[in-house]
Design a protein around this ligand. Sequence first.
Ligand SMILES: NC(=O)c1ccc[n+]([C@@H]2O[C@H](COP(=O)([O-])OP(=O)(O)OC[C@H]3O[C@@H](n4cnc5c(N)ncnc54)[C@H](OP(=O)(O)O)[C@@H]3O)[C@@H](O)[C@H]2O)c1
Length: 347
Amino acid sequence: MSPQQQTVFRLTSGGGFEGLQAFKEPVPTIGDYEVLVKIHSVAINYRDIAIANGTYPLAVNDQVVPCTDMAGQVLQVSKQVDNIVVGDAVVAAISSSALYGPMKDDKHTLGGSKDGVLREYIVLPVHQVVKLPRSLHTFTQWSAAVATGTTVWNCFYGCLPLKPGQTVLIQGTGGVALTALIFARAAGATTIITSSSDEKLAKVKVKYGVDHTINYKTHPNWAAEVHRITDGQGANHVIENGGIGTIRQSIECAAMGGTISLVGFLASIPQDQVPDVTLLALSKGALLHGILAGSKQQLEEAVQFIGSRDLPVPVDRTFAFNRDDIIAALKYVASGQHIGKVCINLN
Ligand SMILES: NC(=O)c1ccc[n+]([C@@H]2O[C@H](COP(=O)([O-])OP(=O)(O)OC[C@H]3O[C@@H](n4cnc5c(N)ncnc54)[C@H](OP(=O)(O)O)[C@@H]3O)[C@@H](O)[C@H]2O)c1
Protein backbone atom coordinates (compact mmCIF):
# COMPACT_ATOMS: atom_id res chain seq x y z
CA MET A 1 0.00 0.00 0.00
CA SER A 2 1.46 3.39 -1.01
CA PRO A 3 1.82 6.08 1.66
CA GLN A 4 -0.67 8.97 1.37
CA GLN A 5 0.85 11.62 3.66
CA GLN A 6 4.38 12.67 4.52
CA THR A 7 6.28 15.12 6.70
CA VAL A 8 7.97 17.83 4.65
CA PHE A 9 10.23 20.56 6.08
CA ARG A 10 10.16 24.01 4.51
CA LEU A 11 12.13 27.21 5.22
CA THR A 12 9.52 29.84 5.94
CA SER A 13 10.87 33.19 4.81
CA GLY A 14 13.18 35.36 6.86
CA GLY A 15 13.34 33.09 9.90
CA GLY A 16 16.87 31.69 9.59
CA PHE A 17 17.16 28.20 11.09
CA GLU A 18 14.15 28.88 13.32
CA GLY A 19 12.08 29.44 10.18
CA LEU A 20 12.26 25.71 9.46
CA GLN A 21 8.73 24.30 9.84
CA ALA A 22 7.20 20.84 9.41
CA PHE A 23 4.15 20.39 7.16
CA LYS A 24 1.94 17.39 6.42
CA GLU A 25 1.65 17.11 2.66
CA PRO A 26 0.36 14.45 0.27
CA VAL A 27 2.89 12.02 -1.18
CA PRO A 28 2.98 13.00 -4.88
CA THR A 29 1.96 10.43 -7.47
CA ILE A 30 4.36 9.41 -10.20
CA GLY A 31 3.88 10.46 -13.81
CA ASP A 32 5.45 9.11 -16.99
CA TYR A 33 9.20 8.36 -16.71
CA GLU A 34 9.18 9.10 -12.96
CA VAL A 35 10.04 7.15 -9.80
CA LEU A 36 8.92 7.48 -6.17
CA VAL A 37 11.76 7.25 -3.64
CA LYS A 38 11.49 6.65 0.13
CA ILE A 39 14.23 8.84 1.60
CA HIS A 40 16.39 7.18 4.29
CA SER A 41 19.07 9.82 4.87
CA VAL A 42 19.74 13.47 4.03
CA ALA A 43 23.14 15.19 4.19
CA ILE A 44 23.69 18.86 5.01
CA ASN A 45 25.94 21.11 2.94
CA TYR A 46 27.30 24.57 3.75
CA ARG A 47 24.94 25.76 0.98
CA ASP A 48 21.96 24.78 3.14
CA ILE A 49 23.27 27.04 5.92
CA ALA A 50 23.73 29.93 3.49
CA ILE A 51 20.20 29.38 2.08
CA ALA A 52 18.62 29.32 5.57
CA ASN A 53 20.54 32.48 6.51
CA GLY A 54 19.63 34.28 3.29
CA THR A 55 23.29 34.65 2.21
CA TYR A 56 23.27 32.19 -0.70
CA PRO A 57 24.27 34.07 -3.90
CA LEU A 58 22.03 32.12 -6.36
CA ALA A 59 18.24 31.91 -6.81
CA VAL A 60 16.18 30.24 -4.05
CA ASN A 61 12.42 29.56 -4.12
CA ASP A 62 10.09 30.91 -1.45
CA GLN A 63 9.25 28.37 1.28
CA VAL A 64 11.74 25.98 -0.28
CA VAL A 65 12.17 22.41 0.94
CA PRO A 66 15.92 22.59 1.73
CA CYS A 67 18.80 20.17 1.04
CA THR A 68 20.09 18.54 -2.15
CA ASP A 69 21.57 15.30 -0.87
CA MET A 70 19.56 12.18 -0.16
CA ALA A 71 19.88 8.42 -0.38
CA GLY A 72 16.86 6.17 -0.43
CA GLN A 73 15.02 3.24 -1.89
CA VAL A 74 12.74 3.11 -4.91
CA LEU A 75 9.08 2.44 -3.97
CA GLN A 76 7.35 2.82 -7.34
CA VAL A 77 8.35 3.24 -10.98
CA SER A 78 6.20 4.31 -13.93
CA LYS A 79 5.55 1.77 -16.66
CA GLN A 80 8.11 3.37 -19.03
CA VAL A 81 11.00 2.88 -16.56
CA ASP A 82 13.11 -0.21 -17.21
CA ASN A 83 16.57 0.69 -15.85
CA ILE A 84 15.50 1.12 -12.19
CA VAL A 85 13.31 -1.32 -10.25
CA VAL A 86 11.38 -1.22 -6.98
CA GLY A 87 13.81 -1.79 -4.10
CA ASP A 88 16.86 -0.27 -5.81
CA ALA A 89 19.06 1.91 -3.57
CA VAL A 90 19.51 5.28 -5.25
CA VAL A 91 20.77 8.84 -4.96
CA ALA A 92 19.73 11.80 -7.11
CA ALA A 93 21.77 14.21 -9.19
CA ILE A 94 21.67 17.77 -7.86
CA SER A 95 19.97 19.16 -10.95
CA SER A 96 17.56 17.46 -13.33
CA SER A 97 18.99 19.46 -16.26
CA ALA A 98 22.73 18.82 -15.68
CA LEU A 99 23.15 15.27 -16.92
CA TYR A 100 26.63 15.66 -18.45
CA GLY A 101 29.07 18.48 -19.26
CA PRO A 102 28.78 21.94 -17.71
CA MET A 103 25.72 23.11 -15.72
CA LYS A 104 23.04 24.13 -18.21
CA ASP A 105 21.06 26.48 -15.92
CA ASP A 106 20.23 27.13 -12.27
CA LYS A 107 16.49 26.48 -12.58
CA HIS A 108 16.39 22.79 -11.69
CA THR A 109 18.57 22.50 -8.56
CA LEU A 110 17.21 20.58 -5.58
CA GLY A 111 16.94 22.58 -2.36
CA GLY A 112 17.38 25.93 -4.17
CA SER A 113 15.50 26.76 -7.35
CA LYS A 114 13.45 23.55 -6.85
CA ASP A 115 12.12 21.91 -3.68
CA GLY A 116 14.76 19.67 -2.12
CA VAL A 117 14.93 16.46 -0.15
CA LEU A 118 14.23 17.26 3.53
CA ARG A 119 11.07 15.10 3.45
CA GLU A 120 10.04 11.46 3.59
CA TYR A 121 9.24 10.79 -0.08
CA ILE A 122 10.19 12.39 -3.37
CA VAL A 123 9.13 11.88 -6.98
CA LEU A 124 11.99 12.30 -9.45
CA PRO A 125 12.38 12.00 -13.22
CA VAL A 126 14.18 8.73 -13.82
CA HIS A 127 16.99 10.50 -15.70
CA GLN A 128 17.97 12.29 -12.44
CA VAL A 129 18.29 9.05 -10.46
CA VAL A 130 21.56 7.15 -9.99
CA LYS A 131 21.43 3.51 -8.95
CA LEU A 132 24.03 2.80 -6.27
CA PRO A 133 26.67 0.13 -6.76
CA ARG A 134 26.57 -2.94 -4.54
CA SER A 135 28.69 -2.09 -1.47
CA LEU A 136 28.73 -2.10 2.32
CA HIS A 137 28.06 1.66 2.49
CA THR A 138 24.97 2.76 4.42
CA PHE A 139 22.25 5.14 3.21
CA THR A 140 23.78 7.74 5.55
CA GLN A 141 27.17 7.42 3.88
CA TRP A 142 25.68 7.51 0.38
CA SER A 143 23.67 10.65 1.15
CA ALA A 144 26.92 12.26 2.35
CA ALA A 145 28.60 11.45 -0.96
CA VAL A 146 26.19 13.29 -3.27
CA ALA A 147 27.10 17.01 -3.52
CA THR A 148 30.65 16.73 -2.26
CA GLY A 149 31.34 13.63 -4.39
CA THR A 150 29.98 15.33 -7.52
CA THR A 151 31.82 18.57 -6.77
CA VAL A 152 35.18 16.96 -6.03
CA TRP A 153 34.90 14.69 -9.08
CA ASN A 154 34.31 17.83 -11.14
CA CYS A 155 37.39 19.49 -9.53
CA PHE A 156 39.70 16.54 -10.27
CA TYR A 157 38.28 15.20 -13.54
CA GLY A 158 36.05 17.94 -15.03
CA CYS A 159 38.97 19.75 -16.67
CA LEU A 160 42.68 18.76 -16.53
CA PRO A 161 42.57 15.37 -14.77
CA LEU A 162 44.47 14.72 -11.56
CA LYS A 163 47.39 12.31 -12.10
CA PRO A 164 49.08 9.86 -9.73
CA GLY A 165 52.15 11.40 -8.13
CA GLN A 166 50.81 14.96 -8.30
CA THR A 167 50.38 17.10 -5.17
CA VAL A 168 46.96 18.33 -4.02
CA LEU A 169 46.44 21.20 -1.56
CA ILE A 170 43.06 21.05 0.21
CA GLN A 171 41.61 23.82 2.40
CA GLY A 172 39.79 22.93 5.60
CA THR A 173 38.32 19.81 7.19
CA GLY A 174 34.69 20.08 6.03
CA GLY A 175 32.74 17.88 3.65
CA VAL A 176 34.33 19.05 0.39
CA ALA A 177 37.82 18.98 1.91
CA LEU A 178 37.68 15.46 3.33
CA THR A 179 36.03 14.04 0.21
CA ALA A 180 38.84 15.64 -1.81
CA LEU A 181 41.40 14.14 0.56
CA ILE A 182 39.91 10.64 0.22
CA PHE A 183 39.63 10.84 -3.59
CA ALA A 184 43.13 12.32 -3.98
CA ARG A 185 44.75 9.63 -1.83
CA ALA A 186 42.90 6.90 -3.70
CA ALA A 187 44.11 8.45 -6.99
CA GLY A 188 47.74 8.24 -5.86
CA ALA A 189 48.33 11.93 -5.14
CA THR A 190 50.41 13.47 -2.35
CA THR A 191 48.03 15.37 -0.06
CA ILE A 192 48.38 18.55 2.01
CA ILE A 193 45.47 19.76 4.12
CA THR A 194 45.06 23.11 5.92
CA SER A 195 42.92 23.83 8.98
CA SER A 196 42.43 26.41 11.71
CA SER A 197 42.75 23.66 14.31
CA ASP A 198 45.67 21.37 15.25
CA GLU A 199 43.15 19.08 16.95
CA LYS A 200 41.15 18.65 13.74
CA LEU A 201 44.34 18.07 11.73
CA ALA A 202 45.45 15.38 14.19
CA LYS A 203 42.05 13.64 13.97
CA VAL A 204 42.07 13.77 10.15
CA LYS A 205 45.59 12.34 10.05
CA VAL A 206 44.62 9.39 12.25
CA LYS A 207 41.24 8.66 10.64
CA TYR A 208 41.81 9.35 6.93
CA GLY A 209 45.57 9.67 6.51
CA VAL A 210 47.15 12.76 4.98
CA ASP A 211 50.77 13.32 3.97
CA HIS A 212 51.20 16.88 5.29
CA THR A 213 49.16 19.29 7.40
CA ILE A 214 49.34 23.07 7.85
CA ASN A 215 47.53 25.15 10.48
CA TYR A 216 46.56 28.30 8.55
CA LYS A 217 46.14 30.28 11.78
CA THR A 218 49.63 29.59 13.13
CA HIS A 219 51.04 29.72 9.57
CA PRO A 220 49.24 32.71 8.06
CA ASN A 221 51.68 32.53 5.11
CA TRP A 222 50.65 28.92 4.40
CA ALA A 223 51.55 29.19 0.70
CA ALA A 224 55.21 29.39 1.75
CA GLU A 225 54.73 26.20 3.79
CA VAL A 226 53.35 24.45 0.70
CA HIS A 227 56.49 25.43 -1.24
CA ARG A 228 58.69 24.26 1.65
CA ILE A 229 56.90 20.89 1.75
CA THR A 230 57.03 20.42 -2.03
CA ASP A 231 60.66 21.50 -2.38
CA GLY A 232 59.65 24.64 -4.24
CA GLN A 233 57.46 22.85 -6.79
CA GLY A 234 54.06 23.94 -5.42
CA ALA A 235 50.74 22.08 -5.59
CA ASN A 236 49.48 20.77 -8.94
CA HIS A 237 45.90 21.01 -7.79
CA VAL A 238 44.33 23.34 -5.22
CA ILE A 239 40.84 22.86 -3.76
CA GLU A 240 39.96 26.52 -3.09
CA ASN A 241 37.32 26.74 -0.35
CA GLY A 242 38.00 30.22 1.07
CA GLY A 243 37.22 32.30 -2.02
CA ILE A 244 38.37 35.90 -2.16
CA GLY A 245 40.08 35.64 1.25
CA THR A 246 42.37 32.78 0.20
CA ILE A 247 42.70 33.05 -3.59
CA ARG A 248 46.01 34.97 -3.45
CA GLN A 249 47.80 32.24 -1.53
CA SER A 250 46.02 29.51 -3.48
CA ILE A 251 47.59 30.81 -6.69
CA GLU A 252 50.92 31.51 -4.96
CA CYS A 253 51.11 27.95 -3.62
CA ALA A 254 50.24 26.37 -7.00
CA ALA A 255 52.82 24.75 -9.26
CA MET A 256 53.47 26.35 -12.65
CA GLY A 257 50.52 25.35 -14.85
CA GLY A 258 48.61 24.12 -11.76
CA THR A 259 44.82 23.97 -11.47
CA ILE A 260 42.90 25.93 -8.84
CA SER A 261 39.33 24.66 -8.43
CA LEU A 262 37.20 27.57 -7.24
CA VAL A 263 34.72 25.87 -4.92
CA GLY A 264 33.92 27.90 -1.79
CA PHE A 265 33.34 31.40 -0.51
CA LEU A 266 34.14 31.09 3.20
CA ALA A 267 36.81 33.74 3.84
CA SER A 268 36.45 37.47 3.22
CA ILE A 269 38.98 40.33 3.20
CA PRO A 270 38.66 44.14 3.02
CA GLN A 271 37.96 45.45 -0.49
CA ASP A 272 41.32 47.28 -0.63
CA GLN A 273 43.16 43.97 -0.14
CA VAL A 274 41.44 42.11 -2.99
CA PRO A 275 44.30 40.64 -5.06
CA ASP A 276 44.94 41.06 -8.77
CA VAL A 277 43.82 37.54 -9.64
CA THR A 278 44.41 38.04 -13.37
CA LEU A 279 48.09 38.87 -12.95
CA LEU A 280 48.65 36.17 -10.34
CA ALA A 281 47.07 33.45 -12.51
CA LEU A 282 48.77 34.67 -15.68
CA SER A 283 52.23 34.67 -14.07
CA LYS A 284 51.74 31.02 -13.03
CA GLY A 285 50.09 29.88 -16.26
CA ALA A 286 47.46 28.60 -13.83
CA LEU A 287 44.05 27.25 -14.70
CA LEU A 288 41.21 28.74 -12.59
CA HIS A 289 38.37 26.23 -12.78
CA GLY A 290 35.03 27.64 -11.57
CA ILE A 291 33.01 24.84 -10.01
CA LEU A 292 29.22 24.78 -10.00
CA ALA A 293 28.63 21.38 -8.40
CA GLY A 294 28.62 18.91 -11.29
CA SER A 295 26.61 16.65 -13.53
CA LYS A 296 24.75 13.39 -13.08
CA GLN A 297 27.58 11.69 -14.99
CA GLN A 298 30.11 13.03 -12.45
CA LEU A 299 27.93 11.77 -9.57
CA GLU A 300 27.73 8.34 -11.24
CA GLU A 301 31.51 8.21 -11.65
CA ALA A 302 32.10 9.36 -8.06
CA VAL A 303 29.76 6.74 -6.51
CA GLN A 304 31.30 4.07 -8.73
CA PHE A 305 34.76 5.05 -7.43
CA ILE A 306 33.57 5.00 -3.79
CA GLY A 307 31.78 1.68 -4.19
CA SER A 308 34.41 -0.17 -6.19
CA ARG A 309 37.33 0.92 -3.99
CA ASP A 310 35.29 0.73 -0.76
CA LEU A 311 36.37 4.29 0.05
CA PRO A 312 35.45 5.83 3.40
CA VAL A 313 32.74 8.51 3.38
CA PRO A 314 33.52 11.12 6.05
CA VAL A 315 30.32 11.24 8.15
CA ASP A 316 30.98 13.10 11.41
CA ARG A 317 27.55 13.01 13.15
CA THR A 318 23.96 12.07 12.49
CA PHE A 319 20.77 13.68 13.77
CA ALA A 320 17.11 12.58 13.78
CA PHE A 321 14.32 13.68 11.43
CA ASN A 322 12.48 16.12 13.69
CA ARG A 323 12.52 19.93 13.81
CA ASP A 324 14.68 20.29 16.95
CA ASP A 325 17.28 17.82 15.76
CA ILE A 326 17.44 19.26 12.24
CA ILE A 327 17.93 22.78 13.61
CA ALA A 328 20.63 21.41 15.96
CA ALA A 329 22.30 19.78 12.94
CA LEU A 330 22.24 23.05 10.96
CA LYS A 331 23.67 24.95 13.95
CA TYR A 332 26.38 22.32 14.39
CA VAL A 333 27.49 22.72 10.76
CA ALA A 334 27.27 26.54 11.03
CA SER A 335 29.47 26.43 14.15
CA GLY A 336 32.31 24.81 12.16
CA GLN A 337 32.97 22.16 14.83
CA HIS A 338 32.36 19.30 12.42
CA ILE A 339 34.97 17.27 10.56
CA GLY A 340 33.42 16.04 7.30
CA LYS A 341 29.68 15.56 6.81
CA VAL A 342 26.58 15.86 8.99
CA CYS A 343 23.46 13.82 8.13
CA ILE A 344 19.79 13.49 9.10
CA ASN A 345 18.56 9.90 9.35
CA LEU A 346 14.87 9.26 8.73
CA ASN A 347 14.85 5.68 10.06
N1 LIG B 1 30.94 25.45 -5.99
C1 LIG B 1 30.27 24.37 -5.65
O1 LIG B 1 29.68 23.67 -6.45
C2 LIG B 1 30.26 23.96 -4.21
C3 LIG B 1 29.88 22.66 -3.83
C4 LIG B 1 29.98 22.31 -2.48
C5 LIG B 1 30.41 23.28 -1.56
N2 LIG B 1 30.73 24.52 -1.98
C6 LIG B 1 31.25 25.54 -1.06
O2 LIG B 1 32.51 25.06 -0.60
C7 LIG B 1 32.73 25.53 0.73
C8 LIG B 1 32.99 24.34 1.62
O3 LIG B 1 31.81 23.53 1.67
P1 LIG B 1 31.67 22.36 2.72
O4 LIG B 1 30.34 21.74 2.46
O5 LIG B 1 32.89 21.53 2.74
O6 LIG B 1 31.61 23.21 4.05
P2 LIG B 1 31.86 22.75 5.53
O7 LIG B 1 31.67 21.29 5.68
O8 LIG B 1 31.08 23.67 6.39
O9 LIG B 1 33.43 23.02 5.74
C9 LIG B 1 33.95 24.29 5.76
C10 LIG B 1 35.42 24.18 6.19
O10 LIG B 1 36.15 25.22 5.54
C11 LIG B 1 37.26 25.52 6.31
N3 LIG B 1 37.54 26.96 6.22
C12 LIG B 1 36.80 27.99 6.64
N4 LIG B 1 37.46 29.14 6.41
C13 LIG B 1 38.64 28.80 5.85
C14 LIG B 1 39.78 29.52 5.42
N5 LIG B 1 39.84 30.86 5.55
N6 LIG B 1 40.80 28.84 4.89
C15 LIG B 1 40.76 27.50 4.78
N7 LIG B 1 39.71 26.76 5.19
C16 LIG B 1 38.67 27.41 5.71
C17 LIG B 1 36.96 25.12 7.74
O11 LIG B 1 37.98 24.20 8.10
P3 LIG B 1 38.68 24.22 9.52
O12 LIG B 1 37.57 24.27 10.53
O13 LIG B 1 39.45 22.97 9.53
O14 LIG B 1 39.57 25.43 9.58
C18 LIG B 1 35.60 24.41 7.66
O15 LIG B 1 35.59 23.20 8.35
C19 LIG B 1 31.49 26.35 1.08
O16 LIG B 1 31.72 27.71 0.77
C20 LIG B 1 30.42 25.79 0.17
O17 LIG B 1 29.36 26.68 -0.06
C21 LIG B 1 30.65 24.88 -3.28
